[in-house]
Design a binder for this molecule. Structure first.
Ligand SMILES: [Zn+2]
Length: 341
């Protein structure tokens, strides 16, 4: 077996993937036709062509405006998980969704949540992959709107929705602005995470951990600018959900051998790999491992450690994690044999 195929077939957990960034181009075209929404191009393969981050954000919004009914949400969740399974042997995902991206255009919270859960259940049934959901605050929303969203998620509480997160541009809107949402969600028993030190300072990580009560950090690359924060996160065993391809594109780090994830690993931080917005960045969870591990010429031991970190970083309970580790060990043993042969 080729090393690239080995990396693709390693069983995986993914904790940093936004369902709204996973829409297949053909599905966007289908849904646009169904709802009579005009797209800038009729060429399916060019839907995700963009030159700047602003164009990217515009396309992101337009693409998601085609998702309206519960069945549409079910379809995108199902296909997103199917792609994870087929392209990267995905076993378990904690998947972000951005409620206000949809509620602000008139979609009911229950439609979003019920639809996504239907899609997750169908995917589990067909492919054995499990998925839980994390409602994400969109940082450019006012704090009151984020709080209302959080309360609405709690009012529509379903077992599958297990966490609150926060994304979008970090520099203009620091984490402390959203303290109230995190307090309410934490008190209600949701797990907490946040995109942090992605395009903001390392002090944002401290704020997320100490003030907001976050259990892990999404991205976190700018942590390398502060040795004290690095030491603290290493000592406390904080996990980082890193995304090689999307950040290579957005922040201009195309050479994955110099991507900050490497220095984070060297500093002893717990990281694993994720696809973020896979279809928008023309990647998938398998490709993230093939590209990052392959280009850095890391040995199988490193790839396996990244995979195991993903299991440990998840919000499964201890018994579920132990079971997943055992299942991974069995599959990995067979892959190791194939690689050696
Ligand atoms: Zn993200």
């Amino acid at each position: 077996m080729e090393y690239a195929e080995y990396l693709r077939q390693l069983p995986k957990v993914e904790l940093h993937c936004h369902v709204e960034g996973t829409l297949r181009p053909q599905t966007v075209a289908d849904l646009a036709r169904k709802h009579d929404i005009a797209l800038p191009t009729t060429d399916v393969d060019r839907i995700y062509d963009y030159e700047t981050i602003y164009e990217f954000l515009e396309i992101f919004r337009l693409v998601n405006s085609t998702v309206i009914e519960a069945g549409d949400f079910a379809r995108i969740a199902y296909e997103s998980l199917e792609d994870g399974v087929k392209l990267g042997n995905l076993k378990y995902r904690e998947m972000f969704f951005n409620p206000t991206l949809h509620t602000t255009r008139g979609v009911a919270m229950s439609t979003i949540i019920d639809g996504l859960i239907d899609g997750c259940r169908a995917a589990e049934n067909d492919f054995g992959v499990r998925c839980r959901l994390i409602a994400d605050i969109y940082r450019q929303d006012p704090p009151e709107m984020a709080l209302q969203m959080t309360q609405e998620v709690l009012a529509n509480r379903r077992d599958e929705v297990i966490g609150l997160g926060m994304d979008a541009a970090e520099a203009p809107d620091p984490p402390e602005k959203f303290f109230e949402s995190f307090r309410v969600a934490g008190e209600a028993g949701l797990h907490l995470t946040s995109h942090s030190a992605e395009d903001g300072p390392p002090s944002n990580i401290s704020t997320c951990l100490d003030l907001l009560g976050c259990e892990r950090i999404d991205h976190g690359y700018h942590i390398l600018e502060d040795d004290a924060v690095v030491a603290r996160c290493r000592d406390d065993g904080i996990h980082f959900t890193c995304c090689p391809t999307s950040t290579a594109v957005v922040y201009g780090w195309p050479d994955l051998t110099t991507h900050p994830i490497n220095a984070m690993m060297k500093a002893g931080l717990l990281v694993h790999l994720n696809s973020d917005d896979p279809t928008m960045f023309r990647t998938d969870i398998g490709k993230e491992y093939v590209d990052f591990v392959g280009q850095n010429e890391y040995p199988p031991e490193t790839a396996k450690q990244l995979v195991r970190n993903g299991v440990d970083a998840s919000w499964l309970d201890d018994a579920e994690k132990a079971e997943l580790h055992r299942a991974f060990d069995d599959e990995i043993a067979a892959l190791d044999k194939a690689l050696a042969g």
